[in-house]
Design a protein around this ligand. Structure first.
Ligand code: AKB
Length: 314
């Protein structure tokens, strides 16, 4: 059986991907790792403390469990990286380089690594941003993701490492809280709505951003990883898209169900980050190469979150 290692498994995407991969492959085939304590959302299965900035620790776990595939998710998100430039680079780029080195040395079957819409900056086409639009990011996080994409392409070209990547938009789930991102408001808003509290939004009401429901993000990740290598024509990172909305539009979709819900706008430093990113993304390459198709629009996502969030957090 192919053994899988997930780094950053306690994060927002990590916890949902870990539990889904454990459901598919069996609990003991999937080793979760993080620098945080494991939580019950990961499900049953092996857990290891792992700091990805230490290459020898990655090697040790790969040898110990005979790991063949790594989903390398450990990262510092945009708002946090802006506050801690050096850690943003060290974790996001050196961490990836360590994983790629281990993949090369141990001849791993595959690696997954998340990039982001943050690789685009103000020079990129704002609406339906194409795969190869200008990538001149103005954030630490965007710079680290752009460098990471080029490292992935390099390790594939030079050493044949089968590393695959997606440029995630803002990911929205109800099972775990995100930490340190600019798109996080779109998760917090549902928690406040359920508690019938007024939501204070750190972005302007009309700032549209590309977003995706977590179920779609998990589906996209697993579909990409299951695609035959000859279907992967992009070795930097695929544009991927699902929904695009502003704070005002998500608030309206919540008000359909919770009419008393109220939102106030108090833009802070994250507004500048959001303003530098695209409104929407053209993902035609992903649709063409491995038949990507999202399942959730804004209304369907809101209905699903409002239905499940209370049972999950009570
Ligand atoms: C963030 O807001 O930093 C992330 C991202 C868009 O990559 N969610």
């Amino acid at each position: 059986m192919t053994k899988i290692l997930i780094t950053g498994a306690c994060g927002q995407l990590g916890s949902e991907l870990t539990s889904e991969l454990r459901r598919i492959h069996g609990n003991h085939q999937v080793v979760a790792s993080d620098i945080s304590e494991p939580n019950e959302r990961l499900g049953e299965g092996p857990f290891e403390y792992l700091d990805v900035t230490d290459e020898s620790s990655i090697k040790k776990i790969v040898d110990q469990y005979d790991i063949k595939i790594i989903y390398h998710l450990a990262a510092l998100l945009s708002a946090k990286a802006e506050k801690n430039i050096y850690l943003g680079w060290k974790l996001n780029v050196n961490g990836l380089l360590n994983v790629l080195e281990v993949a090369k040395e141990k001849s791993l079957e595959k690696v997954f690594w998340p990039s982001s819409i943050a690789v685009f900056g103000p020079d990129a086409k704002k609406i339906n941003t194409p795969q190869n639009s200008a990538c001149n990011p103005t954030t630490v996080y965007g710079i680290s993701k752009l460098a990471g994409e080029q490292w992935c392409a390099y390790y594939h070209r030079k050493f044949g490492v089968d590393v695959r990547s997606l440029r995630y938009p803002g990911l929205i789930g109800y099972k775990a809280m995100p930490g340190g991102g600019t798109t996080d408001y779109a998760v917090d808003i549902y928690h406040k709505a359920i508690k019938e509290e007024t939501f204070e939004c750190f972005l302007e009401k009309d700032t549209k951003l590309p977003m995706m429901y977590m179920r779609d993000a998990v589906k996209a990740t697993i579909t990409l990883m299951n695609a035959p290598p000859d279907k992967i024509s992009i070795r930097t990172s695929y544009n991927i898209s699902a929904i695009s909305f502003s704070p005002e539009e998500i608030a309206e979709s919540i008000k359909r169900k919770i009419s008393r819900f109220e939102i106030q706008y108090k833009p802070d430093h994250r507004q500048d980050i959001a303003a530098s990113w695209p409104d929407s993304i053209d993902d035609s390459k992903a649709r063409e190469d491995w038949k990507w198709k999202p399942g959730y629009n804004l209304e369907k996502m809101t209905d699903d979150i409002l239905k499940h969030l209370p049972e999950f957090w009570d």
